[in-house]
Design a protein around this ligand. Sequence first.
Ligand code: SF4
Ligand code: SF4
Length: 215
Amino acid sequence: MSQLPECDYRKPQRLSFADDEARFPWLVTLLDAYATIDQGVSAAIRSEQLNGRELACAKGCSSCCATHQDIPVYPLELMGMSWYVIEKLASPLREQLKQQLENIEKINTCPFLLDGACSIHPMRPIACRQFNVLDKACAEGEDAFHSRRKDVMIPIKRFTDEAFDTMLPFYGIRKKGERRKAIKQGKLHSVAKVMRDCNWQTLPEKMHAFDHKNK
Ligand code: SF4
Ligand code: SF4
């Protein structure tokens, strides 16, 4: 298990877990989709920079992870987040997260926020990847989406559509024409869940079982 370096928006790279991708074909799909999303975020940042604007989001800035209550997450993303936590998350974050998830009812932030940083950063969902604020970092408790929408970066649709197109076969929508129609109709949104409402309480037990099997 290893911690991965932070993603650099200037040089987005597809994450690679060769052994795991050989075991889990769905992981290939998810990582391909995330690579497209990250390229889209990078292109949007570059475009904002041409207009004299700068990304305010930075490592250590995380009040959005405490404020946002309704972050959507798709089933394929849930699988990726769970897999990462169970099989990849290294110490000391591993123990800290286990403890946090065992006491999930006591926290009012995203369950994966640890010491002001995202413990699953490489596998954070699309909604987190695409939520970026320009010029001025959010104040504590501020939700820039409501307080100053003009500073929230708008994702470039063609990248989002391409990522959804990559993911749709996982949901049984395989033919090109059907995929195009599903994207146009926003069909994928109907399978999204709210991240904080998901059953993360079962993860610590699965982490224990994985650790026991691999010690
Ligand atoms: S969205 Fe706001 S709080 Fe979150 S990282 Fe960006 S500037 Fe910081
Ligand atoms: S998954 Fe990570 S980036 Fe997204 S809200 Fe939670 S802590 Fe923040």
